[in-house]
Design a binder for this molecule. Structure first.
Ligand code: AKG
Length: 275
């Protein structure tokens, strides 16, 4: 989808609901390319680690900070991504990339995620402005109730940050506030197809269930920040380095490099923060 731009309606839906879904954000040939790399790239596999849920089920993920000229980096830096998040986030300073994660929720073993706000984690990194941070989830495979798709509470970003505590290896939002939120706000299952994108606010409450199906659920989640939103407790530098956008076509037409260690992968055993 070259020259893609969010509409005014997309932007007002995001402001009101805390998210917007864009169908067919990627073309089938683009998502096929990403799927092939996701399942075949040794570097991505080498840097993958397991995150346990409370029942011991594991989600595999690979997390990196610096988008290079590999297919994933070119997508993260593509004009359609950078312009879209620029239109959605508050503030006017440059768009930067905090990190990206390839989420690998395998059939029967892919674990659950507790209710949380991403800013529940990033607050601990001492970013001050949650409205200047957001995530984009790109479905690499179809996501549905059967394979543990994302669930969100529509409009919950307007509650501001709520208390979080530890839940196994994850951070979970106060269940009391999640229960209160659900008294008036709608629970949405984000059932999307490969190539669709979900743009969501850093304070939107979300969770997912384990993947008990026989189909994998793979997705890319890229996190963006504004350059003025300095984290006072975060060792990586990426979140305040302005992104140089590349044309949307780069993913398919540039001679892509393979992802390499210049992406600065998170190694779970060395780093405390998971996100
Ligand atoms: O993709 C999922 O199942 C959940 C991911 C998630 O909640 C997160 O990365 O914050």
């Amino acid at each position: 989808m070259s020259n893609f731009q969010l509409t005014k309606e997309n932007i007002s839906a995001y402001k009101k609901d805390g998210y917007v879904i864009i169908k067919n954000f990627l073309q089938p040939n683009e998502v096929n390319k990403l799927y092939k790399i996701a399942t075949g790239d040794d570097t991505l596999h080498k840097h993958a680690f397991d995150l346990n849920d409370q029942t011991g089920k594991k989600t595999k993920l690979t997390l990196w900070y610096t988008p290079g000229n590999d297919a994933y980096g070119l997508l993260t830096k593509s004009k359609r991504m950078v312009d879209s998040v620029d239109a959605l986030m508050d503030g006017e300073s440059d768009v930067c990339h905090f990190h990206s994660k390839l989420m690998q929720k395998e059939p029967k073993v892919g674990g659950a995620w507790e209710w949380h706000q991403d800013y529940g984690y990033w607050y601990k990194n001492e970013f001050l402005f949650p409205d200047e941070m957001m995530s984009v989830m790109i479905a690499i495979t179809d996501a549905n109730k059967e394979n543990g798709c994302l669930q969100i509470i529509k409009g919950s970003h307007k509650m501001g940050r709520i208390e979080h505590g530890f839940a196994g290896e994850q951070v979970g939002a106060s269940q009391h506030y999640v229960d209160l939120a659900q008294q008036t706000m709608e629970l949405i299952y984000v059932e999307i197809q490969a190539g669709d994108a979900l743009f969501f606010h850093s304070n939107l409450l979300h969770r997912s269930e384990a993947n008990l199906s026989d189909k994998p659920r793979w997705s890319l989640i890229s996190v963006y920040n504004r350059s003025e939103n300095i984290p006072y407790n975060e060792p990586s530098q990426s979140s305040t380095v302005p992104l140089k956008a590349v044309p949307d076509e780069a993913l398919m037409t540039w001679q892509n490099e393979e992802i390499n260690d210049n992406a600065h992968f998170l190694e779970k055993e060395k780093d405390e923060a998971l996100k």
